[in-house]
Design a protein around this ligand. Structure first.
Ligand code: PA5
Length: 484
């Protein structure tokens, strides 16, 4: 059983729905709730309204992520904003040597997905020509780790030495500082350290682009600095929470810096949104995914979701999804203030890598998981495994097929093994790993948690839990500074 869209994107739920799995009766018991959830999504699209959603300051706040795929005048993504992003592309291409993207959580995870999928692991080792003039990309700010930050600074200084020797010019570094609140410790501490050190290096020319809340009346610290120092800015708009920012200028500034096709990425999200407007659950991937996962957890105790794409460069999709699921649905209280302690626990896994570690647990451990595969049907530049050692029968046996085919045989074998032992699993298939299909997948997952928020009656768009440690950390930092 699968739901396949015109684009070829499909959701195969054969091993999640049916006898001994989520049943027709399970879904029927949610018929009313599903109808209401679907109505709530319509209201969210039209008015940006989600029942009981409040900002972290306790104020009513719009939820606007579903507007992002539509590039229209007056929208958060508009022809004008795309032209502004094109200015960033034109500026960095052939002019900037390295971009350091600084951010954490929602201001990092999506950008890492776009980088990994578009650029791969060896982008920074490629020549300028191979990168088509786009800059090298580094990430920082997603930890407060003196060693990795020090290593990055040292590396940039060494690169600058090489450029000075061979090209007799300065090395140009653009710090892309991304923080909606504009003052996050992790991001801003790294920014200050890196900015300060690079500024002191004669061989390096530093520039800054700030991505933050655009409000000029009540500017964030970062916005204020940008206004004072004349740094170009891009927006993290109101109504778009961190985990949805991949579709706004947070993700799109990264896309602009690496030459990824922004319009195709948003087109995939847009076509997925259209599919998710379907009232029929069997034709609506987000509603179906949410209903099956919700029922698997509530009726069958499968409340851990292992997000397991097959392919190295998709690991960051799992990491992005971890934040999406955890922050959206891990809630102590429901929308009526009742204590529910809801949430399915997300786990990162990658095939085939984790078949040699986690799979033992998935196959024989507690019956509390859904393994969610992601498969790429057709790999660009697939490699045939050659018969280079014909005398070794075992190696000769695996030759003649492509690596992409072998990867899929491994995934299918895992799927079959899990299914044969009552282990719930499902598969999303991307016809190819393109910006369009990536946009489809990520948007479907975002929309799915919005549905699940309604089904579980929790606010999927706040994250009050992350404030708890922040309230403790602030005074601790102050005390540390005072003791110096
Ligand atoms: O989802 C979220 O809101 C968080 O993960 C934030 O993105 C993260 O804390 C970074 O916040 P900011 O962008 O304000 O620096």
């Amino acid at each position: 059983m699968s739901l396949t869209l015109k684009s070829g994107f499909s959701f195969d739920y054969d091993n999640l729905y049916g006898e001994g799995k989520v049943t027709e009766a399970d879904l029927k018991s949610y018929a009313e709730d599903l109808k209401k959830a679907h109505e709530a999504m319509k209201v969210m699209r039209e008015k940006g309204f989600i029942k009981a959603h409040l900002s972290k300051d306790g104020e009513p706040e719009k939820v606007l992520f579903s507007q992002l795929p539509y590039i229209e005048e007056g929208h958060l993504n508009s022809p004008k904003s795309l032209a502004h992003l094109k200015e960033l592309t034109d500026h960095v291409k052939g002019n900037v040597d390295a971009v350091v993207s600084l951010g954490i959580g929602g201001s990092f995870l999506g950008n890492k997905v776009l980088f990994d999928v578009h650029c791969g692991a060896f982008w920074n080792a490629m020549s300028d020509e191979e990168r088509k003039g786009f800059p090298k990309i580094y990430f920082s700010g997603n930890n407060i780790d003196p060693r990795s930050t020090g290593d990055l600074i040292h590396h940039l200084e060494s690169q600058a030495e090489i450029v000075k020797t061979h090209k007799n010019r300065k090395y140009k570094v653009l710090l892309l500082v991304i923080s909606k609140s504009g003052g996050t410790l992790d991001t801003m501490s790294n920014f200050m350290v890196i900015y300060d050190q690079l500024k002191k290096c004669d061989q390096i020319e530093v520039e800054v682009v700030a991505v933050t809340d655009p409000n000029e009346q009540k500017p964030t610290l970062l916005k204020k600095l940008a206004m004072e120092k004349g740094w170009p800015t891009y927006s993290v708009p109101d109504g778009v929470g961190g985990r949805f920012t991949i579709f706004c200028e947070v993700g799109l500034t990264m896309a602009a810096c690496i030459g990824m096709d922004i319009e195709q990425f948003l087109a995939g999200a847009r076509d997925m949104d259209e599919a998710c407007k379907n009232d029929d659950i069997w034709q609506n991937p987000a509603m179906l995914n949410a209903a099956l996962k919700f029922a698997a957890a509530e009726k069958h105790g499968r409340d851990i979701e292992v997000m397991m794409p097959y392919g190295d460069y998709l690991k960051s999709v799992s990491e992005w999804y971890i934040q999406l699921l955890a922050e959206s649905l891990g809630k102590q209280f429901d929308k009526d203030g009742k204590e529910v302690c809801y949430g399915r626990t997300p786990l990162v896994a990658v095939g085939t890598t984790d078949m040699h570690s986690q799979t033992q647990q998935h196959q024989e451990g507690k019956l509390n998981k859904v393994v969610q595969f992601i498969k790429v049907a057709k790999w660009d530049k697939d490699l045939v495994i050659p018969n280079v050692f014909p005398e070794a029968q075992k190696l000769a046996d695996i030759s003649g097929v492509t690596m992409g085919e072998a990867l899929e045989v491994a995934r299918q074998s895992n799927e079959d093994a899990l299914s044969s032992n009552q282990r719930f699993n499902a598969c999303f298939t991307l016809p190819e790993l393109t910006p369009y299909h990536l946009g489809e997948l990520l948007y479907m997952l975002a929309m799915s948690v919005a549905y699940e928020g309604e089904l579980s009656n929790v606010d999927a768009f706040n994250q009050p839990g992350v404030e708890a440690y922040k309230r403790i950390m602030g005074p601790k930092l102050q005390a540390l500074k005072a003791s110096k």
